[in-house]
Design a protein around this ligand. Structure first.
Ligand code: SF4
Length: 429
């Protein structure tokens, strides 16, 4: 039987499964007349053994809200040949189905192609080589796929930013010139009027003295966002920056003055010993110092606008077994560590934001089989804690951007379901 996923809650459950288990995409999808094609700007989300003879779709729209598009649910495609989930195109419909569970055939949709590859910036370079549209309304900018930590083997052990660039490079150099980034953003915004947010991310810039990278990298962000300020006004945008904190904390002020509305300085790992092991470069800055910087940032940016990313799936790892091929994921331990950690951030006015661990074949941690149900339940409890903290202003329905903005995480969904429980279970179809 075919039917539409009819509520936000149902879509969130399926999204958790697709992010944890991945999906097999049938070649029939390439016959869909117009869909946004996958491009690797930051990370490859497919499993190591995944091969495809055609370009995968970037995302799937699981649930389309009939009245408010911003309350729809979108999920990133993570190709995995072992997944029970299948996506295919049949009789003019895009069908999602779980092979294992006598699942119904869900009729879903794919976001349309952004056509950024048709806008030439300079010979051989199009807008698509520089920017990408994330979800429904976010323009993603990756300034540098090189991070200084790789220069002296102190990169984070889960990080694939440089090796994925080396394999899939779609820009000649790992670092992009800021004037080209600005030009590409301008062109993208001119073409796509749905964009409401710009998010910039970058590896740390290489500097002579390794500690100089923090201030230098933030200065680079300031320069970039300053140059984008006229676009912010013209298109009524919000700016978000993901970055390591500066050592000179006053630079946060300059970043804010450059138009940045919210920031994410990523702690990634809670346990101090595991942090030191998994993030040796960040350890040089210091976990405690990062926390102090985050707390300081809450005095500069608006309430609810200072976030810190943590990776769901690696908190319960034992550093002594990290080299083993089969890593045991312990959902109960993971839950406890993450809940304890999130409370400590909320206490200082910072919102934790969980990304979901993935392995594309290029990091030092390797594959981890996540438990979709445990992950889903964690995100719902996460949303409850964030809601109770009242750090997100009452006027906002969502933690960051819109519900429809971020295909790769469930933070917004967890928050929304707790804030609007009735709306989340309301059947629209
Ligand atoms: S700080 Fe860590 S995660 Fe970020 S780019 Fe550098 S190595 Fe990768």
């Amino acid at each position: 039987m075919r039917h539409y996923i009819s509520s936000i809650k149902e879509a969130t459950k399926i999204k958790a499964q697709l992010l944890a288990e991945g999906i097999v995409v049938s070649e029939s999808i390439k016959n869909v007349p117009n869909y946004k094609k996958k491009i690797v700007h930051l990370y490859k989300h497919e499993t190591k053994d995944f091969q495809s003879h055609f370009t995968l779709p970037q995302e799937i729209i699981l649930f389309r809200h009939p009245n408010e598009i911003s309350r729809s649910i979108v999920v990133e495609v993570r190709g995995n040949l072992q997944s029970p989930w299948r996506l295919q195109y049949a009789s003019g419909k895009i069908i999602l189905q779980n092979n294992n569970k006598n699942s119904p055939e869900y009729v879903v949709d794919l976001p349309p192609d952004d056509k950024f590859d048709t806008i030439v910036i300079k010979p051989g370079i199009t807008v698509k080589n520089i920017t990408s549209k994330i979800g429904s309304n976010v323009l993603g900018l990756v300034i540098s796929n090189y991070c200084s930590y790789f220069g002296y083997n102190k990169q984070c052990k889960y990080c694939e930013i440089l090796p994925s660039y080396q394999e899939y490079r779609n820009f000649p150099t790992a670092k992009k010139e800021l004037n080209l980034v600005k030009l590409a953003s301008e062109k993208a915004l001119g073409q796509d009027k749905t964009i409401k947010y710009i998010i910039a991310t970058s590896g740390n810039l290489p500097t002579k003295n390794s500690l100089d990278t923090y201030d230098e990298s933030v200065r680079m962000y300031i320069k970039l966002f300053k140059s984008l300020l006229p676009l912010k006004k013209k298109f009524k945008l919000k700016f978000h920056a993901a970055l390591m904190p500066p050592l000179t904390l006053d630079l946060f002020k300059k970043l804010h003055e450059a138009g940045v509305d919210s920031i994410c300085c990523n702690l990634e790992v809670w346990d101090p010993k595991l942090f030191e092991y998994i993030c040796p470069g960040k350890h040089e800055y210091g976990q405690r110092k990062m926390l102090e910087a985050l707390e300081y940032a809450t005095t500069i940016f608006d309430q609810g606008c200072v976030l810190s990313n943590v990776i769901y799936g690696i908190q319960s790892l034992d550093k002594n077994t990290l080299g083993n091929k089969e890593k045991v994921f312990n959902p109960e331990k993971e839950y406890k560590i993450n809940i304890k950690g999130l409370k400590s951030l909320l206490d200082i006015g910072v919102i934790p934001f969980y990304t979901i661990y993935h392995y594309g074949g290029y990091n030092q941690i390797g594959p981890i089989k996540l438990n979709a149900q445990a992950m889903h339940d964690f995100y719902l409890d996460y949303g409850k804690y964030v809601l109770k903290s009242h750090i997100v202003p009452e006027s906002k329905d969502i933690i960051l951007f819109d519900l429809f903005s971020l295909p790769n995480q469930l933070n917004n969904e967890g928050y929304f379901i707790n804030k609007f429980p009735k709306e989340s279970i309301c059947n629209y179809y």
